[in-house]
Design a protein around this ligand. Structure first.
Ligand code: F6R
Length: 242
């Protein structure tokens, strides 16, 4: 793992945008795995700025998003579809047929999950997977458990995740209890991984990811087994790794 400890969220976002844009410049038809949540917001903002300044283009890029809440339609303001279109897809030259993101209102879930993994394979696999991390060490919505799922699957969200994500909803009751998420092998098969974290509440998860035992109880700790992981964190998230 390459670990970059930067001053603050602004620097994390700049570094993350530069890793993603370099990937696209070196390989214009890159397949990107994308995350939502508060952490990559600054990175998306910077990528849009770089696109506007004609420093990077997305016309050949293909994207696969990590996850989506079940029960929220794509127009719901808290859906990850809404987030992605609002923060990136509508702001750059990425055509609709190159965007892949699970929808929260699909009926045939099992078929969808299988097809999603096959689509990633047909695209040649993910070149660069961007990840945030939950306070409990989840990546995507692969929650701590005694076993982890390999492919894209339906997840019951952990109480800690429901509580952490309630900040985006009017009440705890409104947070969906289920989601669809890429599995651990979909993530681990990415050629490169970029893990981002900011803030003190991520410090314990980052410590356990980088230097703790490899355990399904901290899904991000499995990243220690991946040959090409870049971790970009601010000082607060790096507090326990010195
Ligand atoms: C989102 C995702 C989640 C988040 C994680 C951290 O697509 O896969 O694993 O990355 O919950 O969320 P934030 O960045 O909001 O702290």
């Amino acid at each position: 793992m390459r670990i970059h400890i930067l001053k603050d969220y602004e620097e994390v976002s700049t570094k993350a945008a530069s890793v993603v844009s370099s990937q696209i410049i070196l390989k214009p038809n890159s397949v990107l795995g994308l995350a939502t949540g508060s952490t990559p917001l600054g990175m998306y903002q910077k990528l849009v700025e770089m696109y506007n300044d004609q420093m990077v283009g997305f016309s050949e890029v293909i994207t696969f998003n990590l996850d989506e809440y079940l029960g929220l339609n794509p127009e719901h303001p808290q859906s990850y579809n809404y987030y992605m279109y609002n923060n990136l897809f509508n702001k750059v030259n990425l055509s609709e047929d190159r965007i892949n993101i699970p929808s929260g209102d699909i009926d045939k879930l099992e078929e969808f999950c299988k097809e999603y993994d096959q689509k990633i394979d047909r695209a040649g696999g993910i070149d660069l997977q961007v990840l945030g991390i939950g306070t409990n060490g989840h990546i995507g919505f692969n929650e701590p458990d005694h076993i982890l799922k390999t492919g894209t699957h339906v997840v019951e969200l952990a109480q800690e995740t429901i509580e952490a994500n309630s900040r985006f909803f009017d009440s705890l009751d409104e947070v969906p209890r289920r989601a669809i998420s890429m599995g651990m092998s979909s993530i681990m098969r990415a050629k490169k991984i970029l893990l981002l974290a900011s803030g003190e509440n991520k410090a314990e998860a980052i410590k356990r990811t980088i230097s703790g035992e490899i355990t399904t109880e901290v899904p991000a700790s499995l990243l220690q087994l991946h040959p090409d992981v870049t971790v970009v964190v601010d000082k607060k998230a790096a507090k326990l790794i010195g």
